[in-house]
Design a binder for this molecule. Structure first.
Ligand code: HSE
Length: 443
């Protein structure tokens, strides 16, 4: 007589678009996954805010929990799937309760991991359970699995890429269709790409959460969200996008992490990238992550970075890993061995810069700007005078009349030097509004 292996019983907390897509996936692919695993995955409990809501997937036979913490600790589940979101509140309480009760945890919650990843990893390791979070970075792209498994024979030198689909969607719409920022954002929200508060997308925080996790996985350091330099795309104007195009660049919100002599440089910022580079050609909600390993060389992963189905695909892959019995360390090496994150001084970053100035059209203005740059040893590769656009004076609302748009591209220079020069140029009174300064990224 054959004995059926016991199913893996999961509880899912959070039945928004991703949670519902996970349920739909497990229904659709349940039989095939059971063949792969030799055991079934059974959803035995769910928890969400509204019980009555129509989610397009039946919940018959699944126990309902009003309180996700109760579900997390329930003896009726083996694995807790957290899709609530947020670094604190019910998501954190439920994940902590699940780990304390010795349950495996699968989560898509980048904010939670970026803020509390180190403590949660220690808690998971103490109980010898899994804490997997593939869906938390770049939606459907299996970047964590790639770093944890396929690239384990490499020392990672640099990891960078487009980590926020909403921003890439907005920048693409502005560039390709001339859309206004707000209209492009509204479209991204309507398509379900944006965070509940889209300020987290456009301010760069969402990408910073993801970069904090990638940094830790790449360099064996404790997750340190507060050490990630974060700039968003809210100050990017069509004037910049058009100037970039004329100069052979695209503007992308990039997350970049690398080791430098002074520590780890980890930053999210709008960047100019060559338009014919692999990253430059990535458009719409698509994400792309380049990983540089000492043996593999450069590896580029491109795919859907947001959206319910793509994110559910990653959640299900983690659930299957748990069901298979893979109980890897959350951050690859034991939490106790993760080093403290030593932050590099961004002032010593060396690179080229794009600078756009709305210069008052009067004698001596240009000479004064050039003088400030020269005094700080900032050498200019090109100077282009452009027709002013109505939206070009950023970020104040100063009038664009009587000003000319000046776009400067510098040779490689030290960040501290150009920042000092720009501060003085702003104080000199020859420009309207603030200078727009964008790093040019060497890819
Ligand atoms: N709001 C995120 C994005 C969703 O636009 O990339 C995935 O984290």
């Amino acid at each position: 007589m054959s004995i059926e292996p016991s199913p893996m019983r999961i509880g899912i907390a959070g039945l928004g678009t991703v949670g519902s897509a996970v349920l739909a996936n497990l229904r659709l692919h349940g039989d095939r996954l059971a063949l792969v695993l030799g055991r079934r995955i059974e959803v035995t409990g769910v928890s969400a805010r509204a019980r009555k809501k129509d989610r397009g997937v039946p919940l018959d036979g699944i126990e309902w929990f009003d309180d996700p913490v109760k579900l997390a600790a329930s003896p009726k589940i083996d694995t807790f799937v957290e899709l609530i979101g947020g670094a604190e509140g019910p998501a954190r309480a439920a994940v902590e309760a699940a780990l304390a009760a010795g349950k495996h945890v699968v989560t898509a919650n980048k904010a939670l991991l970026a803020r509390h990843g180190f403590e949660l990893a220690k808690a998971a390791e103490a109980k010898h359970v899994a804490l997997l979070f593939e869906a938390s970075v770049a939606g459907g792209i299996p970047v964590i699995k790639t770093m944890r498994e396929a690239l384990i024979g490499n020392e990672i030198k640099r990891v960078y890429g487009i980590l926020n689909g909403t921003c890439n969607f907005i920048l693409t719409k502005m560039q390709e269709e001339g859309s206004a920022f707000e209209a492009a954002l509204a479209e991204a929200q309507a398509m379900g790409y944006a965070e509940a508060d889209p300020a987290f997308d456009i301010g760069g925080q969402d990408a910073a959460h993801k970069l904090a996790l990638l940094t830790s996985l790449a360099f064996g350091t404790r997750v340190a969200i507060d050490e990630i330099h974060c700039e968003g795309i809210e100050h990017i104007r069509r004037a910049d996008i058009e100037a970039a195009d004329e100069l052979g660049y695209r503007i992308k919100l990039l997350g970049v992490a690398l080791k430098t002599e002074t520590g780890i440089e980890a930053r999210v910022n709008p960047a100019m990238v060559p338009k014919d580079s692999a990253i430059g050609e990535v458009s719409g909600v698509t994400n792309a992550i380049e990983i540089e390993g000492d043996f593999v060389g450069d590896l580029l992963l491109v795919g859907p970075g947001a959206g319910a189905k793509a994110t559910a695909s990653s959640v299900v892959s983690d659930i299957v890993d748990v069901a298979r019995g893979d109980c890897m360390k959350p951050f690859i090496i034991p939490a106790a061995k993760l080093k403290a994150h030593k932050k590099a001084t961004l002032g010593s970053h060396k690179g080229a810069y794009y600078v756009r100035l709305s210069v008052h059209d009067r004698p001596g203005a240009l000479a004064s700007i050039a003088g400030r740059m020269a005094a700080h040893e900032v050498s200019l590769e090109s100077i282009v005078q452009r027709r002013p656009r109505a939206d070009a004076v950023a970020p104040t609302k100063a009038s664009a009349s009587g000003v000319m748009q000046l776009v400067l591209i510098t040779h490689d220079t030290v960040e501290a030097a150009i920042r000092r020069a720009i501060k003085l140029i702003e104080q000199d009174g020859n420009i309207a509004g603030r200078a727009q300064v964008i790093r040019i990224e060497k890819l």
